[in-house]
Write a protein that binds this ligand. Structure first.
Ligand code: GLC
Length: 707
């Protein structure tokens, strides 16, 4: 307990006294109480996603894990309350690194209050395919934005003495057949795309755990892939923590252990008695077991869960609502605003039609293992009290209708469910303004069939917009959506999954209390036909014969491996559309404001650091925040896509104010990954640096020679 010693020294001291059984005990989970009540041990747990028995004799606490992508999962099981933050993709849309820290810190506080000491959040797989059912849980298509935001989120969580996590390592970029998909991608493309997001997240976020993914990468399961786990993560990135498998993602004993898997979750099929026998028979050297145990123990010391054991307390719902609302207000992206339709003037409006997406009672949230339980019942569909099963739509009791009524007390505000578009259009026709809420629900375990809004919502929007020229569309989506009606409404907002206080955040933007500043972390394509894989590669319907010990989950999945070729390589998102010269509906980095901004006077200096300096002015009539984006086009010899994001700054400016903005660019973000030399290399030559408010609106450019 000598805190003057390093986490590694302290771990070594404890290990001297550990028995073989105690070492094995740290190497695996004990089931997942929600799904297999036959795991009596977890009765001692807090009934979260995972539980590792502690060693009270040596003062080592249990590790009580819980999913926490956008809030503490399953809090309903222990009769508690958790804040649902806006979905992670919304956080990415804020481009606000301070908000990312606050996001993670709130999750850390609420995990501790509920008795947990490890988060299973931190998803950062790139949105390589926007139909991925977990797009809402991730941080967009660009590795620099996603990695930076993930790092800050993890720092925030770990600031609360919670073991942080980053996942799913790596290339778990689709949900269909995730347990059998074999992703193929070249090494340089891998290092410059998905792995760069993890590299930034690990090197800047210091997570305790890296959760390896279900899928194979270039033929080998992620959780027994020594290239991913040893060569890249532990050697190149010097990761000191531990690799835990996704639940049921462990597929072997000696092979996984030698490849660098430190801990099996959710059960102990391989890393329990079988592991002990392997050590006793000598087929696994004690030194290998000690390496795994050391990484787990040193992480527990480093995170502070031994020096600051968690004490159950009470979540502060009101503080949580403030954080959720503030982040959502900064995450909402204004996609269209014609004829000054927004912000609405409550003093002038006489009548408002509010339509669709159960906006009278609630707002949608993301499903799967990320699902946060709403307070009380599911706002829209009466379902069993928590835990909400992982595959139903869960609506939070935050009512846009109520929030709009509160801000327009003199207006006649009417609601229509939108199930009958003609009736909704008739009501819209009679109102000054029509606000249509439309949603697209997504969840772990399955991908979207397409990027269209489901349930005939396209038709609803088209009919309402035809009936009222002052129609505003508010989207509650996790992924980009196609918009056949895009020219019809006067205004469009992307509100994502808006969180526990989403209605107030949306209303504050609609009525101008808040000036929207979010920008898209994912490209909105015109059509699925423009995607690198227009048709999602799905698992073949066939059974498979197993040989040797097989984890129950793999047997249950029972799918033969199938290959998904990431031929687009590093060209993820806007890099693909740029390289293929395809037009898009709304580009990466795009978002409007109630103000306007002017960019001027760009200079770039290169020396110890590479720095861009420019002037940004708020030429609008009200204060606002502008995300100024910096891209680089590398020398032709680098053979890279037309441009890449290399930095940004979110600048808050009063009306008429102008400021000199300086952004340092990490040379790594201007480099290529040289596979032969196994390192990042800056290609000597002329670099074009571009600055502006969207990936397709870059008014400033200059050329700088780098060597
Ligand atoms: C799930 C998810 C993972 C989650 C874990 C525990 O299958 O893939 O993100 O943390 O199991 O619920």
């Amino acid at each position: 307990m000598n805190t003057k010693l390093s986490p590694d020294e302290r771990a070594d001291l404890v290990m001297k006294d550990m028995t073989l059984d105690e070492k094995i005990q740290l190497l695996h989970g004990n089931g997942m109480p929600m799904f297999d009540p036959l795991t009596p041990v977890t009765a001692m747990s807090n009934r979260g996603g995972g539980y590792v028995i502690g060693i009270p004799r040596l003062g080592i606490p249990a590790i009580d894990m819980c999913d926490a992508a956008y809030g503490v999962r399953g809090s309903g099981t222990n009769g508690r309350y958790s804040t649902a933050l806006p979905a992670d993709v919304a956080l990415a849309a804020s481009w606000d690194t301070a908000a990312a820290f606050d996001y993670g810190a709130l999750i850390g506080r609420e995990l501790r209050a509920q008795g947990y000491n490890m988060s299973l959040g931190g998803g950062v797989d790139l949105t390589r395919d926007p139909r991925n059912g977990r797009t809402f849980e991730y941080l967009g298509e660009d590795p620099v934005l996603a990695g930076t935001m993930a790092a800050k989120l993890i720092q925030g969580t770990e600031s609360q003495h919670i073991l942080g996590d980053i996942k799913h390592y790596a290339f778990n970029d689709q949900e269909s057949g995730r347990g059998a998909a074999d992703v193929h991608i070249g090494e340089r493309a891998a290092r410059e795309s998905d792995l760069l997001a993890f590299e930034i997240g690990v090197e800047q976020g210091y997570p305790a755990g890296v959760m390896c993914a279900y899928n194979r990468v270039n033929g080998l399961f992620s959780c027994e892939n020594s290239y991913l786990l040893k060569e890249v993560l532990k050697h190149d990135w010097k990761f000191p923590g531990f690799v835990l498998s996704d639940w049921g993602g462990t597929h072997s004993l000696e092979k996984a252990s030698a490849a660098g898997l430190d801990h099996e979750e959710g059960g102990s099929f391989f890393y329990g008695e079988r592991y002990k026998a392997a050590v006793q028979s000598g087929s696994i050297p004690m030194s290998e077991l000690d390496e795994h145990v050391h990484r787990i123990l040193r992480s527990m010391f480093a995170a502070g869960i031994i020096d600051y054991p968690q004490r159950r307390s009470v979540v502060d719902p009101f503080a949580g609502l403030v954080v959720a609302r503030t982040i959502e207000e900064d995450a909402i992206v204004l996609l269209k605003n014609e004829r000054g339709t927004l912000p609405l003037d409550a003093r002038k409006i006489q009548s408002i039609a509010v339509i669709g997406a159960h906006s009278d009672v609630g707002m949608i949230s993301g499903g799967g293992s990320a699902q946060v339980d709403p307070p009380g019942e599911n706002a829209f569909v009466a379902s069993a009290q928590a835990p909400t099963p992982p595959n139903v739509e869960v609506w939070f009791p935050t009512s846009p209708l109520k929030a709009i009524q509160e801000r327009a007390p003199h207006a006649a505000v009417q609601y229509n469910s939108g199930t009958d578009p003609a009736a909704a259009a008739a009501m819209a026709k009679r109102a000054d303004v029509a606000i249509v809420f439309a949603y697209q629900w997504e969840s772990e375990g399955k991908d979207l069939p397409n990027l269209s809004l489901p349930l005939h919502q396209d038709d609803l929007i088209a009919q309402v917009a035809a009936a009222n020229p002052h129609t505003i569309v508010v989207l509650e989506t996790g992924s980009p959506v196609t918009m056949p009606w895009v020219n019809a409404p006067a205004a469009i907002l992307e509100a994502w999954y808006a969180g526990s206080d989403g209605a107030n955040a949306v209303a504050n933007v609609l009525f101008g209390t808040v000036n929207p500043s979010g920008k898209l972390p994912n490209t909105f394509p015109e059509s699925e036909a423009d995607l690198p894989r227009p048709t999602l590669v799905k698992p073949p319907l066939a059974s498979v014969r197993f040989s040797g010990p097989v984890s129950p989950l793999e047997r249950a999945a029972g799918l033969p491996p199938f290959t998904v070729d990431y031929n687009e390589g590093v060209e993820v998102g806007y890099k693909w559309y740029d390289a293929e010269k395809k037009s898009v509906l709304f580009p990466f980095g795009y978002g409007l404001s109630y103000s306007s901004y002017r960019y001027s006077d760009l200079t770039v200096t290169s020396g110890k650091t590479i720095t861009a300096t420019f002037t940004l002015a708020n030429t609008g009539a009200r204060a606002g925040a502008e995300i100024a984006e910096i891209y680089a086009s590398l020398p032709a010899g680098a053979q890279e896509p037309p441009k890449r994001l290399v930095g940004w700054s979110k600048v808050r400016l009063n009306a008429g104010e102008q400021r000199t903005v300086t952004v340092e660019m990490d040379p790594k973000y201007l480099s290529i990954f040289d596979v032969q030399k196994d390192q990042w290399m800056l290609v000597p030559g002329d670099y074009t640096i571009l600055v502006g408010g969207s990936s397709q609106d870059l008014p400033l450019r200059t050329v700088v020679h780098l060597r």
